[in-house]
Design a protein around this ligand. Sequence first.
Ligand code: F0G
Length: 376
Amino acid sequence: MLPPLGEEHAITLAEGNTPLYHLQRCARSTGIESLYAKHQGMNPTASFKDTGMTVAASSAHQAGFRWVACASTGNTSASMAAYAARGNMRSLVLIPDGKISWGKLSQSLDYGALTVQLRTDFDGCVRILTELVRQKPVYLLNSVNPYRIEGQKTCAIELLEQFGWDAPDHIIVPGGNLGNSSAIGKALLEMRELNLISRLPKLSIIQAEGANPFYRSVREFNGAKLEAMTAQTMATAIQIGNPASWKKALRVLRASGGEVEQVSEQEIAEAKAEIGADGIGCEPASAVTLAGLKKLRARGFVKPVETVVLILTGHVLKDPDFTIKFHRGDLFPEPPSSEAAKGATLRSKALQRAPIALDADLGAVIATLDAAETAP
Ligand code: F0G
């Protein structure tokens, strides 16, 4: 199911074979007992990008390129920089200035990429890169690269193997540039074609409300067109207004009978803390899956007896700023206005675990421990 590549060109960091976790607390809070997370953040550069990057970087190596490049919201660039370094290639990263997390930026620096911060958004970076690769002998490693998509199929193949080839009812993914949903959907269709599975899981795609061009395309235009937008969300990984692979994603959404949903910033923050409280954790963009599941469950699209897998795309340490702000109560500086937002704030408060600064005094620590014991 993967493209043939010469073994001498294989660039690998031992990616893949990521864990499948049962989400115990989230199962209770959503009322879905069979709720699992396939954690792609447990890959070598801590995001799902590595399974595609090993294939695409190897193909760049086989084609004899000296330079590879991508535009990124931070995870593709981190992954590309690492794989390029392993393959003795140079890498050029274009990222939107001030719009990616420090964790991701630091990775691309550490792995030795030429890192350029452009004063634009992700979509602006893509425009410049598309022109650049026409003029310079640089290999494009964005997810429009078909080798990336082929490699990212392995997430779905592993998942089915982990389920003993008995397909779950639902797979839920975040939607940004929509390469990942396309890859997972393609793998599902191919596995059915090969009779590895007898039925298709429904593949649903979740976007942030402020970065929802695909959601709007499906809901408002029945997939007939996609209106690009200026995207805004604290889940910076999916702050994308003009997704490249929307037509591919639409095809697999339709083929599998999945749904689209959008979730608010507050819902993302809360879902992220819930996944954290399950001892798993993920970055904000990955948490849209749990937030979206709650909505799909409320609409009756997902039933309590069904088996659901959330694809967690990035590791909790990718964006510690977001996590710390949430737990300190600093993520949303404006007081909530609507009743729904007030309810969400209360739910958030119950999840918040702000650090407590104390003098180095045993009595003070014991008093804090006792207070925590009696707190709800
Ligand atoms: N989750 C995370 C953590 C991501 O980094 C991305 C995309 C997505 C979800 C969405 O996946 O684009 O295939 O629909 N990150 C890209 C990047 C755009 O540059 O790192 P998608």
